[in-house]
Design a protein around this ligand. Structure first.
Ligand code: PMP
Length: 385
């Protein structure tokens, strides 16, 4: 049917509004941090992914201010003249840190997830993903020529049954820390299944990198593993690293294949070289960040015990992502508004992003225990009403 954009989308926009599902973009006018100015008002921020408080870190600013080797822009794609020595140094540092042969930078994690699945899998292959995987993993699977099946969240028996029936090459695809529930995939079990079924394994470590494992090396390290030949480890810089962009880490042949054939790598402008420089400094801070990780874990324990004592519906998450499940989208929005009135910014996440509406609280090492205590008190007020 032909018609205007307004004819097609007018009713859909109205429906979203009516269902309390309309999305808004709050305007931030301060640096990222635990205290922020959003829509002109000061708030204590409980919904960023800046888990170690590096997004506005003074040491990173200093490194950027002192630089004379790069400009803002990268000017071109990596394969043209966009690959600055800071990109190169960052890739080498990541590979060494993670104990893999190579690492490859991407401008965003979304593109990295698209690139891996679209490039490595072909018609006749199978991608099997956890039902709660991040949207970028799902879109990457849909963008590949392989068949795509989903298994119930963390149900590795269902996954094994799928793998048994597969005929071509299969790839298991999972978040490590799940972005909306905060719980953790069992990478040992997945690596074992992958081995038994000659499947490849893609792990999205966006919410684990910098936070879990020795020196913050992520989920493989947390489980005492290093990525094997047919494992693909993807990480992002927009969370614990406090910058932006992403990388894929693994074998020499994996990385060379992506450089030669991955369209989301080849046909896009390289991330700013200054972002690569900032990320190099962030990597140093992550490696030395045991104190920050200890503070983050203490903050997580404090929030969980306070909210469970109020009888709120929490998930099994032990991570910095601590959702409070709500009875409806309306309740999630109302609670988020009430918290805003008390000076706390906590995002309401609703369908279709998640099946059950929730407040997605995220913690940072930068949160002071007093701020967490005040958030718990605010929840106590809300639940009394
Ligand atoms: N994977 C996961 C699990 C994520 O949470 C995100 C970001 N929300 C991404 C991938 C995408 O990363 P980026 O923001 O760098 O595109």
């Amino acid at each position: 049917m032909t018609g205007s954009i307004a004819q097609r989308f007018g009713p859909r926009l109205a429906e979203r509004r009516a269902q309390a599902l309309y999305r808004q973009r709050p305007i931030v006018s301060s640096p990222q941090g635990v205290t922020m100015v959003v829509n002109g008002q000061p708030y204590i921020n409980f919904c960023a992914n800046d888990y170690l408080g590096l997004a506005s870190h003074a040491a990173i600013k200093q490194v950027l201010a002192a630089d004379s080797t790069a400009g803002w822009g990268s000017g071109a794609a990596h394969l043209v003249t966009g690959h600055h020595e800071y990109h190169h140094q960052l890739e080498l540092a990541l590979a060494e840190w993670l104990g893999v042969e190579r690492a490859l930078l991407f401008s965003t994690g979304y593109m990295a997830n698209l690139a891996v699945q679209q490039t490595l899998l072909q018609a006749g292959d199978l991608i099997v993903g956890d039902k709660l995987n991040h949207a970028s993993l799902i879109d990457g699977a849909l963008a590949s020529a392989a068949a795509f099946k989903r298994y119930p969240h963390l149900d590795y028996q269902a996954l094994a049954r799928r793998l048994e029936r597969a005929e071509g090459q299969s790839m298991i695809v999972t978040d490590s820390v799940f972005s909306m529930d905060g719980d953790l995939a069992d990478i040992v079990a997945l690596a074992k299944l992958a081995h038994e079924h000659q499947a490849w394994l893609l792990v999205d470590d966006a919410h684990a990198m910098g936070v879990l494992g020795e020196q913050g090396r992520g989920s493989f390290s947390y489980f005492g593993l290093t990525p094997a030949a047919d494992h693909v480890l993807m990480g992002t810089f927009g969370k614990a690293f406090g910058t932006s962009g992403a990388f894929v880490a693994g074998s020499e042949v994996l990385i060379e294949s992506l450089i030669q054939f991955a369209r989301p790598f080849i046909y896009t402008t390289a991330m700013s070289p200054l972002n690569a420089l900032a990320t190099l400094k962030a990597l140093e801070l992550v490696m030395e960040g045991d104190d920050l990780r200890a503070q983050l874990n203490a903050n997580i324990a404090q929030l969980r015990s306070g909210l469970s004592a109020l009888g709120l519906d929490l998930t099994a998450s032990q991570s910095a992502i601590q959702p409070v499940l709500c009875a409806s989208s309306e309740q999630a929005l109302a609670w988020s508004e009430q918290l805003k009135h008390q000076g706390f910014w906590v995002a309401a996440i609703r369908p279709p992003t998640v099946a059950q509406a929730r407040l997605r609280i995220t913690l940072s090492a930068e949160h002071h225990p007093e701020q967490i205590a005040r958030l718990i008190e605010a929840f106590a007020d809300i639940t009394k009403q």
